[in-house]
Design a protein around this ligand. Structure first.
Ligand code: HEM
Length: 478
């Protein structure tokens, strides 16, 4: 039996049935106590009640929940051999065509990971910068029009246009320009597919019961596949026109098509389209929702917004958008992004499944057990972050509590995960966040960010955790 976090081999080991947890019903377990869109809040509340390790059950599936950051990191690091993404996620992703790096396991994952990593590495992000500026300029025009017309902006919908355009530009080499069109081909379908994925992974009910909620899904799926097949066909054409691209691909899709077409390649057409769908899935919601939370938090903390705006104006001087190098100088803006992800991690829980019998922090975990890692409790624990509920970006700056390399608290907040499967899109995500924040703070004053009826903004868990219904009102600066 593997022991993954340094406990002595002869230390007494607890069994799952000895763990505390909320009382449930005989067949359903705790299913009726859980509302899928608030699952993260329920399991966080139970963690406050039952401690850093507890269990709950949805029908016959028993979950172990861990929230101690060291235990979470130990589980996430013990991949791919000790833990992997759950079989349910894998099956749900396959059924919806999203079987790519995020959801595959084992050998398949080992083959896909290096390719995707290369497509998203810092060198590619640097080479991509001119396109990032172009998409940001369009985005600024869209927001300027809204400001001039005194129109409220649907914050998440607009940010998703931006992140889809950026992901398609970087990963597919395509300029789909949803920012400047009122057509929202990709978002319209993703908006239906992502909740369906979450439902298929988490719903305790069998598929025939949830079928009603999935009405029309096949059409969305077919349209999405046809869009992705179009990107693949375009890439194949570019490789045919310019054969040197096979050795020196410009982007992820060209690298994958070149690999797929190589004699003896083990990559399939489904791997290709699955990874392209995965890029859209992993790159759209996550970054857009983090940005939405960040803009909302900045509006609630005018002194932080003011400091960020001053930094942007100082670094940019007379320029409208930061160069790639200047992005590295926006320390306070980056600190705002880290502080946002600490308080509002858009991936608040990561479910992993034990590949083999193992011992986690003294608990015997049999192969196949789903272990739910909670990412927020450690990040809002006063033991690691003084005044933990406060939005204080400066804590991340050099010389402050988290601003030195040795700070162990810094590793407690893991918004991009940890270990071998940590998020390969983090450089891109941070670049996007800094570009949008710099554009916003240089060109506009935030007049308001609120829900339409002025009520407190709610967290909703679909595939990621998003704020519900935020509207943004801007005033263009002179
Ligand atoms: C603020 C934005 C983002 C956040 C908070 C985020 C967060 C995460 C998290 C928590 C994971 C799971 C890590 C783990 O299991 O340890 C992940 C995985 C992943 N992310 Fe991101 N992500 C973001 C943006 C992006 C972007 C922009 C892309 C690509 C365009 C991307 C692509 C991926 C992929 C492909 C994986 C799967 C990696 C694997 O399983 O090997 N992410 N992300």
């Amino acid at each position: 039996m593997a022991i993954i976090d340094g406990l002595r081999a002869d230390a007494p080991v607890r069994r799952i049935r000895e763990l505390p947890g909320p009382r449930g019903l005989p067949l359903l377990g705790n299913a009726l106590q859980i509302e899928r869109e608030r699952l993260h809040q329920t399991v966080e509340r139970w963690a406050r009640e039952y401690g850093e390790m507890y269990r709950f059950r949805i029908t016959s599936r028993e979950f172990v929940v861990v929230s101690n950051p060291e235990t979470v990191a130990a589980v996430l690091r013990d991949r791919p051999d000790g833990f992997q993404r759950g079989a349910r996620l894998n099956a749900a992703a396959r059924s919806l065509g999203f079987n790519g790096l995020f959801t595959v396991n084992g050998e398949e994952w080992r083959r896909h990971r290096p390719m995707v990593l290369r497509g998203l590495d810092p060198a590619h992000i640097k080479a991509f910068h001119p396109t990032l500026v172009k998409v940001t300029e369009r985005f600024e025009r869209r927001w300027r029009q809204a400001a001039e017309a005194g129109r409220a902006i649907d914050l998440q919908a607009d940010l998703m246009r931006y992140t889809v355009d950026v992901t398609a530009g970087l990963a597919f080499g395509c300029d789909i320009n949803t920012v400047e069109s009122d057509e929202d081909v990709i978002q319209k379908h993703l908006d239906k597919l992502l909740p369906a994925l979450a439902r298929r992974v988490l719903s305790p009910l069998p598929r025939w019961v949830t079928r009603r909620a999935e009405r029309g899904l096949d059409e969305h799926l077919a349209a999405m596949r046809s869009a992705v097949d179009g990107f693949i066909a375009d890439a194949r054409q570019r490789l045919a026109d310019t054969p040197q691209l096979r050795e020196h691909p410009h982007n992820l899709i060209e690298a994958m098509v070149a690999e797929r077409d190589r004699p003896g390649s083990r990559l399939t057409d489904l791997d290709l389209s699955g990874n392209m769908m995965t890029m859209l899935l992993a790159g759209e919601d996550t970054t857009a929702n983090t940005l939405a939370w960040m803009i909302w938090l900045l509006h609630r903390h005018p002194e932080a917004a003011q400091r960020a705006a001053e930094e942007v104006r100082r670094v940019l001087g007379a320029q409208s958008h930061p160069t790639h190098e200047q992005l590295g100088e926006l320390d306070f803006v980056e600190a705002c992004a880290h502080e946002t992800m600490r308080l509002k991690p858009v991936a608040p829980l990561l479910i992993q499944e034990a590949v083999r019998d193992t011992v986690v922090s003294g608990l015997a975990v049999p192969a196949g057990t789903p272990v739910m890692c909670l990412m927020r409790p450690g990040a809002v624990d006063a033991a690691h972050f003084p005044d933990p509920e406060a939005f204080r970006p400066e804590r991340w700056l050099a010389g402050n509590e988290l601003g030195h390399a040795a700070s162990s608290a810094k590793r407690v907040a893991m918004p991009f995960g940890a270990g071998p499967r940590t998020c390969p899109g983090r450089y891109l995500a941070l670049s996007e966040m800094k570009m949008v924040a710099a554009m916003l703070l240089a060109a506009f004053d935030i007049a308001d960010v609120a829900t339409a009826d002025g009520t407190e903004v709610q967290e909703r868990l679909a595939f990621t955790m998003s704020p519900v219904g935020l509207q943004l009102r801007l005033r263009a600066r002179a």
